[in-house]
Design a protein around this ligand. Structure first.
Ligand SMILES: NC(=O)c1ccc[n+]([C@@H]2O[C@H](COP(=O)([O-])OP(=O)(O)OC[C@H]3O[C@@H](n4cnc5c(N)ncnc54)[C@H](O)[C@@H]3O)[C@@H](O)[C@H]2O)c1
Length: 327
């Protein structure tokens, strides 16, 4: 299949690119390299442009004529979106509208969208399944709801097969340390931030909130290994169109881990004693959120295989390797 991947030079996108290349799909990456890096997708054609640029998006889709589009490019920090909501609507919603317009104009048959558990806000019931009410608590989560709905309507009206994959918290790196998440000033994900702290680099780390109504007072999350996530994408892409797959799917491990447990695991794997200061809660952060991912398991025949130790061990290997150093 010919697959156009926006945000393919980013963390999750680069794993999906790698996985699809191994399966002989033909790839074009579209990325403005704001947080992604060209070196994450070596030997893959790359268009460096912004998804907000409608003409560039249309040109790339029109020239490459993909069978499928996978849309990862977005801004992803709930806390930043509280400060800059307009920017999040612009990149996430306008960007998706541009891409959908180009995809439908040029006859794309399959579309896979990177959504998020942020669409649920603080779920009333955990594990949360796809029928739960959508109550995002940040502009970031709102943009994901808006995009899912836009995709449903527009793809539906053009007979384009589509899936929105609601990821929970993605972590980890390649088992051999050859690919992982690139750190940048705005890195907000927990595992890389704690790893940075263990390495003595980056801004000071503090646990965001120690007074949540949870057993150890820190927020509960569902962490999923990036390689398990990439496998789910490949299955979704290849099955779309052949089955009644259209819709939304949670992708998580279905188990809750506290922020403190993650910090302790980084300490254990790295062998570096960590200070664990408790800071204030981050606006837009729910107290608890973990997935019921049974639907994806059933429909995609997919089960996550890797656990928290695999995530932390691979992330540590990656962040201490030469490959992760800035180019
Ligand atoms: N990482 C997670 O835990 C997580 C959880 C839920 C959902 N998601 C979603 O998954 C997707 C990928 O996230 P990620 O963790 O790989 O983030 P990332 O920042 O590593 O990747 C995003 C990629 O998109 C590119 N990009 C950003 N803005 C762009 C623009 N305006 N035009 C073109 N390219 C642009 C970046 O350069 C980068 O390569 C996002 O849509 C995010 O919302 C991520």
């Amino acid at each position: 299949m010919r697959v156009l991947i926006t945000g393919g030079a980013g963390y999750i996108g680069s794993f999906v690119v790698r996985e699809l290349k191994q399966r002989d799909h033909e790839i074009l990456v579209f990325d403005n390299l704001s947080t992604g890096r060209g070196q994450a997708v070596p030997d893959v054609p790359l268009v460096v442009a912004d998804i907000r640029d409608r003409a560039e998006v249309d040109r790339a889709v029109g020239r490459f004529r993909p069978d499928a589009v996978m849309h990862f490019a977005a801004l992803k920090s709930p806390a930043e979106s509280m400060r800059e909501p307009g920017l999040y609507y612009d990149v996430n919603v306008v960007g998706t509208a541009n891409l959908l317009s180009a995809a439908t104009a040029h006859g794309v048959r399959r579309f896979v969208f990177s959504s998020s558990c942020a669409v649920y806000g603080t779920p009333q019931v955990c594990p949360v399944d796809e029928r739960a009410p959508l109550r995002p608590e940040s502009p970031y989560g709102e943009t994901k709801v808006a995009c899912e709905r836009m995709l449903g309507w527009i793809a539906g009206s053009h007979g384009m097969a589509h899936a929105s994959l609601r990821y929970f918290n993605v972590a980890g790196a390649a088992e051999d340390g050859s690919l992982g998440e690139h750190l940048h000033e705005g890195t907000s994900q927990l595992v890389p931030r704690v790893v940075m702290s263990a390495l003595g680099i980056g801004p000071e780390f503090a646990i965001a909130g120690g007074d949540y109504p949870t057993p150890d007072g820190t927020a509960l999350r569902d962490y999923i290994h990036v390689e398990d996530l990439a496998e789910a994408h490949v299955r979704t892409l290849e099955m779309l169109g052949s089955t009644r797959l259209n819709g939304v799917y949670n992708l998580g491990r279905g188990s809750a881990v506290s922020v403190l447990e993650v910090v302790n695991e980084v300490e254990r794997v790295s062998g570096k004693p960590l200070a664990k200061p408790i800071g204030t809660r981050r606006p837009g952060d729910p107290a608890v959120s973990w997935a019921d991912a049974a639907l994806a398991g059933r429909v995609l025949g997919w089960t996550p295989k890797r656990d928290l130790t695999d995530m932390v061990r691979s992330a540590w290997l990656w962040h201490t390797s030469d490959a992760s150093a800035p180019a």
